[in-house]
Design a protein around this ligand. Sequence first.
Ligand code: CA
Length: 219
Amino acid sequence: MQILLVEDDQSLASGLCKALRKEGFVTNHVREGKAARHVLDVEPPDIVVLDLGLPDMDGLDVLKSIRRNGSSIPVLVLTARSSIDARVSGLDLGADDYLPKPFETPELIARLRVIERRLSALPHSRIHVGDISLDTILQQVYHDDIQVELPRREYMVLKQLMENIGKVQTRAQLETRLYAWGEEVSSNAIEVHIHHLRKKLGSSLIKTIRGVGYAIRKP
Ligand code: CA
């Protein structure tokens, strides 16, 4: 699960990034609304955690532009504006949840888990390719209906490939789903995950597209 944190309070942001990464969320951080809009255009995350008091614009305008573009990406608003009016206007503009500052980090994590569960409960939670299936609710993988244990990053590589069946995923695309910006990624990290997946699920499932990336073909 990839999270974009939009927050100008540097110490709050770095504490949250650390806590969220520890929980297994791939978390990226920007300080300003303009930067947030750019990221949302080029590399949309799964969930946005949005502060309203930003240095360059009102966070509500970031929220408005997300919804104006027709995106249904979940947005959790963080703000010191705790009045009922502020809360209502945030929810009216399409925020999914609202957490007044100050808050405890476990509360934020609990609410993100709720959003995560809701996202995975979307229809077609089980994806099948040949004799492999992947359950996005249980986050489990089956080979001939027998469960295969996969570490989180291998699961995420497989999920990304299965959700985009028939389409090539570049190494860079896979890396952005697995690692936060600036996180140390060894140059062959993706190859290593693919190697392990092939060992566990059979060598024919994931195709290497030389010089481009990887793909799972439609059976
Ligand atoms: Ca702020």
